[in-house]
Design a protein around this ligand. Structure first.
Ligand SMILES: Cc1ncc(COP(=O)(O)O)c(C=O)c1O
Length: 413
């Protein structure tokens, strides 16, 4: 994993860039002292590190837009009496998570045990893991993390898993916080709503080692449903079951502390559907799949949250009319549904692992060799997963670098 510590250790022997040299680098063909690049970053000395000298492809976070997105969600939550427990799967970054917590998020939602370990290990409390452990690896780790961090919570959707984790918790003398995962339209997980979910909740509540916390129901099908009205109807439909289950649990005398779910697409819908907290994730950066769903006031484009993340690329060959080659291929998660920032006349296509093509049909358009072009990716989850850092920008200037949880370190496994 690319950790902040790794960034820091390379810093010691670095020397400062000369501003003049950095300025010269803005002209293609000139030199730039890249041997010192990571050392500068490790020392958080970002002078003369501007967008135009970054290695590409690189992920860029527009800090102002990112901060605006986090605040928009926080303000919405406050105004509507719902909590935010944002999903980290789309950013995999402790730096992003800390900023979400600073704006009032009550904890974090994670897709993998590795994400949960990373976030909890960074000192962030109330991490919810929304997948049940079903093998010795995840069961042992979920129990170990529960012991180390009593605020950690995970879900179950099967009585068999309750028995397994109970046994593992007894062996380690651990106490577990458990939510029951209820089906909400996606066939990937969740026990049937109503009596089956209630019985599972009662089994958890009756266990010696577990505290029953409430329910989790992710209505992922609603998240990207186009047009706000259709999305609203779909979400109400998908969440009707968990709503009924929570009422049954109340009547049966179970404490229901949370009903967790929701998404960036349904953030301004799901407080109507009985959720007490939103697991939205993509809102911090946004991607083209989300731009296309339409907002409450505009069916054609979703503008509640701004595109704060782009992949910076370089035009590195121009040998054919109405097209230019960029260094953004399959390894960089090139997708035909990606969009080019500020240049809607361009279409994105892949030409292999390291090559992408930008094409256009409009007369009078062109791109220059060496030009920097920024791409909005289609799906944040899969794109951020293949990069190791965010370059955080204010205008042209890089003001910070945030590591993305790595793919090869222990925490990823
Ligand atoms: C369990 C869970 N909750 C919530 C979300 C919502 O995330 P987003 O706001 O990025 O759509 C996801 C996304 O896949 C998820 O898997």
């Amino acid at each position: 994993m690319t950790s902040r510590r790794q960034f820091l250790v390379v810093g010691a022997a670095a020397s400062l860039f000369k501003p003049a040299r950095a300025r010269a680098a803005k002209t293609a063909g000139t030199d730039y002292p890249y041997a010192e690049f990571d050392a500068r970053i490790a020392r958080r000395d970002f002078r003369d590190i501007t967008r135009d000298v970054l290695p590409t492809p690189a992920m860029i976070v527009d800090l102002d837009l990112f901060e605006k997105n986090v605040k928009t969600m926080a303000d919405h939550a406050k105004a509507n009496g719902v909590h935010v427990r944002p999903h980290v799967k789309i950013h995999k970054s402790v730096d992003v998570a800390r900023r979400q917590i600073a704006q009032g998020a009550i904890g974090l939602t994670c897709a993998t045990m590795a994400e949960a370990e990373l976030m909890s290990g960074a000192g962030i409390k109330h991490v919810l893991w929304t997948k049940q452990p079903a093998g010795v690896n995840n069961i042992s780790r979920a129990v170990a993390l529960s012991k180390k961090d009593p605020t950690f919570m995970f879900v179950v959707d099967d009585p068999q898993v309750v028995d397994w984790v109970e046994e593992a918790a007894a062996a380690r003398n651990a106490r577990l916080k458990i939510a029951v995962s209820v089906f909400a339209g996606l066939t990937r997980q969740g026990i049937a709503a109503g009596q089956p979910a209630l019985e599972l909740a009662q089994k958890v509540a009756a266990s010696k080692r577990m505290d029953f916390e409430g329910f989790m129901a992710y209505s992922g099908g609603a998240a990207h449903t186009k047009t706000w009205q259709v999305r609203r109807a779909r979400s109400a439909d998908d969440l009707a079951g968990v709503r009924e289950t929570a009422e049954l649990a109340h009547r049966a005398g179970l404490p229901v502390n949370i009903v967790s779910g929701g998404s960036t697409g349904t953030y301004n819908i799901d407080h109507e559907n009985g959720l007490t907290e939103l697991e939205a994730g993509s809102y911090v950066f946004m991607d083209t799949a989300y731009f296309a769903i339409g907002g409450k006031d505009d069916d054609s484009v979703y503008t509640d949250f701004k595109g704060a993340l782009t992949v910076l690329t370089t035009v590195d060959s121009k040998r054919h009319p109405n097209g230019a080659t960029i260094d953004y291929g399959n390894k960089a998660m090139n997708r035909p549904t990606d969009k080019v920032k500020g240049m809607p006349w361009l279409e994105v296509a892949s030409q292999g692992a390291e090559y992408g093509i930008l094409k256009w049909t409009e007369a009078g358009r062109d791109l220059k060799l060496g030009e920097r072009v920024e791409i909005y990716c289609t799906n944040l989850d899969t794109s951020t997963n293949v990069y190791d850092r965010y370059y955080v920008a204010r205008g042209e200037q890089i003001v910070d670098v945030w590591p993305i949880m790595g793919r090869s370190g222990a925490a990823q496994r």
